[in-house]
Design a protein around this ligand. Structure first.
Ligand SMILES: [Fe+2]
Ligand SMILES: [Fe+2]
Length: 251
């Protein structure tokens, strides 16, 4: 576990504040932590789907992706369907055809399709955990975190895509660091679940970063450093809205 976490801690600009861990470990906050975590898993799948549809495939493949995520979105945003049936939708039925003229298309597709599959599986696993605790699904508002990062994404290509990939790397890396920080402070089965997520989240962070470097075709150190400081501020600055990716809790 330490070998997974060491590069992530070096990548991130700060560690999760102790006060956030203490807040997240409070039993009364468990529903918020799990519900927000659940929605974050779907959002991770959705952002990866967006990247493939926007940059790498034709309309037909794009539609197959939309159909793949639809039952998860219906459940989450419209409370439609039985969550147990989602287990049958974790796989993509069609192979993705890269658009011509995108040299990085196949790599983006391969990495992001695997990522979506894993996030959808995590989504289902969080629902199973929630059922174990008797926590019913309910909608939850999003924190300032992702918006706070993505508002800095450039508006021209390929800089916009590179920025989105860098943001993806930070979100994955932070989730990984947070699961590891929280695991020792919660019930053993929940802590074990968090630890089981570390390996894939660490790979997701690495995949986003590799794609960003590949697609930029030049050194991105400065851009990564810029987002590192934005991310670290969102994590360490006071935040009244307690969520999975919130800043330092305010009482
Ligand atoms: Fe995940
Ligand atoms: Fe992930």
């Amino acid at each position: 576990m330490q070998s997974l976490l060491a590069p992530i801690k070096t990548f991130l600009g700060c560690e999760t504040p102790h006060a956030w861990v203490a807040e997240a470990a409070k039993p009364e906050n468990l529903p918020i932590v799990l519900l927000d975590h659940l929605v974050c898993e779907l959002k991770a799948a959705q952002s990866a789907m967006f990247l493939i549809r926007r940059y790498a495939v034709d309309k037909e493949s794009g539609d197959a992706l939309l159909a793949w995520l639809k039952p998860f979105e219906d459940f989450t945003y419209r409370k439609v369907g039985d969550w147990k049936a989602l287990a049958n939708h974790e796989k993509l039925s069609k192979s993705m055809i890269p658009k011509s003229g995108t040299p990085y298309g196949q790599d983006l597709i391969d990495k992001m399709v695997l990522l979506i599959k894993e996030e959808l599986h995590h989504f289902y696993q969080v629902l199973e955990i929630m059922e174990g605790y008797g926590i019913a699904y309910d909608t939850i508002s999003s924190s300032r975190y992702a918006k706070g990062l993505l508002q800095h994404v450039k508006t021209h290509e390929p800089a916009a895509l590179v920025d989105k990939l860098i943001c993806g790397a930070f979100i994955e890396a932070r989730s990984c660091e947070r699961f590891a920080a929280l695991a020792p402070h919660v019930d053993k089965p929940l802590g074990d679940f968090y630890i089981s997520l570390l390996r894939s989240e660490a790979r997701h962070y690495q995949d986003y970063l590799t794609l960003a470097e590949e697609i930029a075709g030049k050194d991105i150190t400065e851009r990564v450093a810029f987002f590192r400081s934005v991310e670290a501020k969102l994590i360490s600055a006071p935040d009244e809205d307690f969520k999975f990716h919130s800043g330092a809790p305010v009482h």
